[in-house]
Write a protein that binds this ligand. Structure first.
Ligand code: PEP
Ligand code: MG
Length: 747
């Protein structure tokens, strides 16, 4: 058996590079590559199989098998040894292929005479591109060096397929990046968008794959790794004092950055002839391939960390930052692993949509995307590796689906859907100045939810009567340090100016749970949604609450002011919060400042307990707003952030509606103004039911006002109320089916 040396591998890589540099047409080039590899490995056969579609491999070039099998022989992933290499994403090396389990003989190739088989995956950053195979007549066991050498060659090939380099005889050899892909994720902000991919962190482009001097190249890698280590240590030092979670992630980075195994493997790749960049990417590819098969989420996260670290190293080696000089395409759709709220704000309304590989329904970036009304789909696996800058992309934020490089039929169906929605929007715009008056004559007050200045322009255009919920914490969350009182005053004053006399219900800080301010120390809590959050923090540590209340009073400058406290669980908490506000008003008076013309003080009803507060509480509050998102999660004991349970219980279930009715009754008898400001208020059928049980004001995202108004104007709330009562009498789980039937029967 010929012994392969490192020099053989280096020679092969050099010859490959020269061949690539000649710029022959794709098929010819691929044919010559197989000849070159077969010759260099002293093998009788070398074949390249590439992915035709997501499950099929196609023989695209061969030296040694029958030429007429090229572009005819196809295999499924997992089928035969070649399919198995693709599925497992690792090498198979056997001296006696026919005796291997899973061996599948393909007569058209004439491969029956070959005994040994060595196949390695062709992959790039965890993406399956194909399989590279060598075979021999003699029963040869390829050495570890040979396996390794072939993997290095496969890495170079992967870069070529990436460039879509193979085109021959009018047959386009499949380039995986050109396929259309349908990727499913989770809806974080509804809406549809069509546009072109803009990668938040564009891939590093590697132009030199092969080195000329491995000593110098190893030294270059070592220097870069040293720079990386220093930068991770620096990041760690500055994070350690501030953020426990971030410093834990950085600790893992540090561990990888100092891992000798990682460095050693890359050095070995370089000694076989790869450039330092190609070596980093080869290890990164292999880690990504492993990531696909790891079920343990903790380990997967660690592999993600390694992936991030590799990207950093590549940027150090190539000197490429995120700025590639490329121009942002028209109608940009941002694609990223994850993004911070500040970065997303910077892109602002330029973006048509956002697709994230990670993300969370309640994350700050999601909050920003909502405020900007940009469709957002999160948890989309592999989007950052699948998408290339400029790719045509359709984002269906409502269904949580992304179509990458869609074909014409998908695009045109999608455009039809968008056109229908645009038409509906036009219809809704026509209703803007009309009241949400049901056929029975009842008028429902529709208000909008807001949280950033960016939301305010929607107040006149949506036709909302007021801002029913202004989430003040957003301004705190988007910053890296606590805002000053003067900044808050300026901000709230601008909000009131923009509202032009319409009421704005400012909710005091609702932090904790999923809303974490990076600059405030927070205890580790086993269950933060039920932990130290919102008003609980405000009452225990009133400094920030007081500052915020002072700012609100000053911003009002003689105008009416409406303040509501979040997560009030019992009457005494409201009493204490109100007392703080009254003290601040008295203080402002003493200081001689202009006081608000009128102050309304309300509470959010977000815990079932408050529905059973004493009558005096209902009489004392100026208004109550049901925070349905939280109330529902506590009522059903189903975490609003947990995909496994968050859709499990219906808002229109009779248990919940009966409970809401109880709240309506209590408010009625005490004469308390009541509104509902959870997400459900923006869903037309749900809104109808809420209005039907007597909730007279609903607050929702601006975009929902048109659809909700249109629904209410078509319906008769007495009929809605009767349908709910009937479902209740019949002992049904939910009133939804009957309400849907009713809605379908409306003119
Ligand atoms: C709610 O809980 O319904 C609510 C409106 O508040 P948030 O979604 O900000 O918790
Ligand atoms: Mg809430």
């Amino acid at each position: 058996m010929p012994h392969r040396t490192r020099t053989d591998s280096r020679m092969l890589l050099r010859r490959l590079r020269d061949l690539l540099a000649q710029g022959n047409p794709g098929q010819e080039r691929l044919d010559r590559i197989t000849t070159l590899i077969a010759e260099s490995m002293h093998a009788d056969v070398c074949s390249v199989y590439l992915m035709r579609d997501a499950d099929t491999l196609e023989l695209c070039a061969t030296e040694g098998l029958r030429p007429d099998a090229v572009h005819r022989t196809r295999l499924r992933i997992g089928e035969g040894l070649v399919g198995k290499v693709a599925r497992l994403a690792r090498a198979i090396n056997t001296p006696d292929a026919p005796s291997q389990p899973g061996f599948r003989y393909m007569p058209e190739t004439g491969e029956e005479v070959f005994s040994s088989f060595l196949g390695v995956p062709i992959q790039r950053l965890g993406e399956r591109l194909g399989v590279l195979v060598v075979q021999t007549r003699d029963a040869r066991q390829f050495s570890d060096d040979a396996v390794y050498g072939l993997e290095v060659v496969a890495m170079v090939l992967a870069e070529m397929t990436e460039l879509g380099a193979f085109v021959g005889n009018g047959t386009e050899i499949p380039s995986p990046h050109k396929h259309q892909a349908v990727l499913r994720g989770i809806t974080a902000q509804e809406g549809e968008a069509e546009g072109h991919v803009w990668l938040h962190q564009p891939r590093v482009v590697i132009t030199n794959l092969v080195n000329d001097d491995s000593h110098a190249e190893v030294a270059r890698l070592q220097d870069a790794v040293e720079t990386l280590r220093v930068s991770v240590d620096d990041m760690l030092a500055s994070a350690a004092a501030r953020d426990k979670e971030q410093s834990e992630v950085l600790q893992t980075y540090r561990m990888f950055a100092h891992s000798r195994g990682w460095l050693k493997r890359m050095e070995q790749d370089i000694r076989l002839g790869l450039s330092a960049e190609a070596a980093v990417e080869k290890e990164q590819s292999e880690a990504r391939a492993r990531l696909e098969t790891v079920p343990d989420t903790y380990l997967r996260d660690r592999l993600h960390d390694l992936d991030d670290l590799s990207n950093r190293l590549l940027r150090i080696l190539t000197g490429q930052g995120n700025e590639t000089g490329a121009e942002m395409p028209e109608r940009p759709i941002l694609v990223a692993r994850n993004i911070g709220p500040g970065e997303l704000m910077e892109y602002g309304r330029k973006l048509r949509g956002v697709v994230l590989e990670e993300g969370a329904v309640g994350s700050h970036a999601t909050i920003v995307a909502r405020a900007l009304a940009i469709p957002l789909v999160i948890n989309v696996p592999r989007i950052t590796t699948e998408a290339l800058n400029g790719d045509h992309i359709l984002v269906d934020g409502t269904e949580g689906v992304v179509h990458l490089r869609p074909d014409d039929s998908v695009s045109s169906a999608f455009r039809d859907k968008m056109a229908m929605q645009a038409k509906a929007q036009e219809r809704y715009a026509g209703l803007r100045d009309k009241p949400a008056k049901a056929r029975c004559g009842t008028v429902v007050t529709l208000k909008m939810n807001a949280g950033l200045m960016a939301d305010l322009p929607s107040l006149p255009s949506s036709g909302a009567d007021a801002v029913g919920l202004f989430r003040t914490e957003l301004q705190f969350l988007l910053r890296d340090k606590m805002p000053k009182r003067s900044e808050l005053v300026a901000n709230y004053a601008r909000v009131l100016d923009a509202a032009k006399g319409k009421t704005v219900h400012f909710r005091t800080l609702d932090i904790g749970s999923d809303k974490v301010m990076p600059y405030m120390n927070r205890p580790d809590e086993p269950n933060p949604a039920m932990g130290w959050r919102a008003l609980r923090v405000g009452l225990d540590k009133p400094g920030v609450l007081r500052m915020q209340l002072q700012a609100l009073i000053r911003a009002a400058q003689g105008r009416p002011l409406s303040v509501m406290f979040p997560m009030v669980a019992q009457a005494s908490e409201f009493d204490r919060a109100r007392a703080i506000l009254m003290r601040e008003i008295a203080r402002e008076r003493r200081l001689g400042h202009v006081l608000p013309a009128d102050v309304k003080i309300g509470a959010m009803l977000e815990t079932p307990s408050l529905a059973y507060a004493p009558k005096s509480f209902f009489q004392q509050v100026d208004f109550l707003s049901i925070g349905g998102n939280d109330l529902k999660q506590f009522f059903f004991a189903a975490d609003r952030e947990n995909e496994l349970v968050r859709r499990r219980y219906d808002t229109l279930s009779l248990s919940f509606l009966t409970f809401l009715q109880h709240i309506v009754d209590r408010c009625h008898s005490a004469g308390t103004a009541l509104s509902f400001c959870g997400e459900d208020a923006g869903r037309p059928v749900d809104a109808l039911a809420l209005a039907g049980i007597g909730i007279a004001a609903l607050s929702m995202r601006p975009a929902s006002i048109g659809p909700v108004k249109s629904m209410i104007r078509r319906a008769n709330l007495n009929e809605v109320s009767e349908i709910i009562a009937r479902a209740q009498r019949r002992g049904l789980d939910s009133a939804r089916p009957a309400l849907l039937e009713y809605v379908a029967s409306l003119p």
